[in-house]
Ligand binder design. Structure first.
Ligand SMILES: *[C@@H]1O[C@H](CO)[C@@H](O)[C@H](O)[C@H]1NC(C)=O
Ligand SMILES: *[C@@H]1O[C@H](CO)[C@@H](O)[C@H](O)[C@H]1NC(C)=O
Ligand SMILES: *[C@@H]1O[C@H](CO)[C@@H](O)[C@H](O)[C@H]1NC(C)=O
Ligand SMILES: *[C@@H]1O[C@H](CO)[C@@H](O)[C@H](O)[C@H]1NC(C)=O
Ligand SMILES: *[C@@H]1O[C@H](CO)[C@@H](O)[C@H](O)[C@H]1NC(C)=O
Ligand SMILES: *[C@@H]1O[C@H](CO)[C@@H](O)[C@H](O)[C@H]1NC(C)=O
Length: 485
């Protein structure tokens, strides 16, 4: 009675044990999902608090492959097509598989429709979550200028402004995008891609060896397992790398998840860990210049949080909105984690620096929870007063009483609240604004060091270690208007 057997097996899975989802373990190839709350903090804004200012640094949305990766997909396709073989079981689909790119000049590099939707949804979500923007108001956002990043900023803005009947009045309710040069070496720290402006940064990146070495420990074993389903064709380690990438990519491009079903859970965990090493040692806390590169954004936002919403610096000629959005690439998120001092120390000894051979289940630095497509690191400034009263008296025509409030700061990574080390005394494990700014200005500034010096830019007369672009319009920005028409 195989049917009854299956029912029995299904019934024995505890209700709280969600099925393993490879798309939540595909690192930078994962379409966006909310990260689990690793610190056990509720996702909600604590009772008695409102967010009055917030800043997001966001990776672009889901996209087609980079040209190099696309070449790998085409080579795999040629291998599947140009040989005569028998495939069975989990691989029975490969003779009929075609790469999900059907318009080569317009797809590789660019956003997919899933990426556009992710960006639009973030706009809708943040408009509702914070309620900063009245009907008819505009918003300005900042973006690195590669097309897929600008397109993410554009779809975000459209989602953010999508309420009301503005489709017929496109002169109202417009967004502006301040577009910054992308991955150039002459804007230094004053950039949403500052790693490209720090010459020393690449010398601290040891991710290539770490990742290659770790992949060698599992890819051949997977190939050997899968080759038992093939007669006349032999998969190698390179093919396994491409096939695992295709799970996330094809899921977001055309919804086909057949490659996700080919691999076992433990094989996904190895694949994910290779990307954890890639980001930890490449752009995260394992690169000694990571915090240096992430600090300027953190300092700029911390200073704006001290000023409060809708204020600018003394030298400012732009007043940033209460919601300060910056759009960029995956490698510019881990430096912000490093600058904040997150995910690099643990009560459990031996977790960091990440082991090159043995994944620790206690690690919180996980690429899938940080840099999926449209992943983000966010800081929120909260105003918290007494808990809301159970009973209120309203007098006609009189404005409600204001409660006096104190300010706190919360970090969110892909929506999950993350505790700031040693600073969790506020509501919902938040950090008081005063302690947060002291932490940034003293502890984290000392760890990051001086950008110009550490990056080796002392001889460049116009090198800058500050990110001022949120308040001071740089010389070579381009501004684009986003209408809804
Ligand atoms: C291999 O397959 C590709 C894709 O089907 C095809 O374009 C190419 O001509 C084939 N090459 C050979 C040597 O058969
Ligand atoms: C939005 O920006 C447009 C273009 O600069 C301007 O014409 C319009 O008045 C602005 N709308 C609001 C509500 O500020
Ligand atoms: C920027 O890159 C160019 C071209 O590679 C190089 O000539 C120049 O020295 C670099 N500038 C800095 C500040 O590193
Ligand atoms: C710094 O000077 C170089 C060389 O004159 C120039 O190309 C670059 O745009 C300048 N950078 C900034 C941020 O002004
Ligand atoms: C991360 O931890 C390692 C090991 O303790 C340390 O060498 C490194 O400086 C830390 N990185 C940051 C950004 O704090
Ligand atoms: C409450 O605060 C708002 C914003 O600061 C202010 O406009 C309003 O007048 C205050 N209401 C009272 C009753 O003081």
């Amino acid at each position: 009675m195989p049917y009854a057997h299956i029912l029995l097996a299904a019934a024995s899975i505890p209700a709280f044990c969600a099925a393993f989802d490879p798309l939540h373990h595909s690192g930078p190839a994962s379409p966006y999902f909310d990260a689990p709350s690793q610190d056990g903090i509720s996702y909600d804004t604590p009772s008695g608090c409102v967010v009055d200012q917030a800043a997001y640094i966001v990776r672009h949305g889901s996209r087609y492959p980079e040209p190099d990766d696309f070449t790998g997909w085409q080579q795999l396709f040629a291998k599947f097509q140009n040989n005569s073989y028998t495939a069975e079981g989990p691989l029975a689909f490969i003779p009929s598989w075609v790469p999900p790119v059907d318009d080569v000049p317009h797809e590789p590099l660019f956003l997919s429709s899933t990426g556009a939707r992710e960006a639009f949804s973030l706009g809708v979500d943040l408009r509702k979550r914070y309620q900063f923007t009245q009907g008819g108001d505009n918003i300005t956002v900042w973006s690195a200028s590669q097309q897929r990043v600008l397109d993410t900023a554009t779809y975000f803005t459209r989602g953010y402004l999508s309420q009301g009947n503005y489709l017929t009045t496109p002169s109202l309710n417009r967004g502006s995008i301040i577009s910054l040069p992308d991955s150039v070496n002459y804007t230094f720290a004053n950039s949403l891609t500052p790693s490209a402006g720090c010459p020393a940064y690449s010398t601290g990146d040891t991710s290539s060896v770490a990742t290659t070495t770790f992949r060698a420990t599992y890819q051949n074993n997977i190939a050997a397992r899968l080759n038992k389903f093939l007669d006349g064709l032999v998969l190698d380690a390179t093919d396994i790398g491409v096939m695992q990438d295709l799970c996330g990519f094809q899921a977001e491009i055309d919804g086909d998840t057949r490659f996700c079903d080919v691999f076992e859970d433990s094989e996904w965990l190895d694949y994910e860990y290779a990307d954890d090493l890639n980001y930890y040692y490449g752009s995260g806390p394992g690169n000694p210049f990571s915090d240096t590169v992430g600090f300027p954004w953190l300092k700029a936002i911390s200073d704006l949080f001290v000023l409060g919403p809708d204020k600018t610096t003394p030298d400012g000629n732009i007043t940033p909105p209460a919601l300060i959005m910056g759009f960029t690439h995956d490698n510019n998120l881990p430096p912000v984690i490093s600058a904040l001092g997150l995910w690099n120390s643990s009560a459990t000894p031996g977790v960091y620096p990440l082991s090159l051979t043995t994944p620790s289940p206690a690690r919180k630095f996980r690429s899938s929870y940080l840099v999926p497509f449209r992943g983000y690191v966010a800081l929120e400034r909260l105003a918290c007063g007494a808990p809301p009263p159970q009973k209120v008296v309203h007098v006609a025509g009189q404005a409600p009483m204001n409660v006096s409030t104190s300010s706190y700061v919360r970090v969110r990574v892909d929506r999950a609240p993350v505790a700031i080390p040693g600073c969790t005394s506020g509501p919902g494990s938040t950090c008081t604004l005063a302690q947060f700014t002291a932490y940034v200005d003293k502890t984290r500034a000392a760890a990051a060091g001086d950008f110009v010096q550490r990056c080796g830019l002392q001889s460049i007369s116009n090198a800058t270690g500050e990110a001022t672009f949120f308040t001071v319009a740089p010389l070579d920005i381009q501004e684009a208007l986003v209408g809804l028409n």
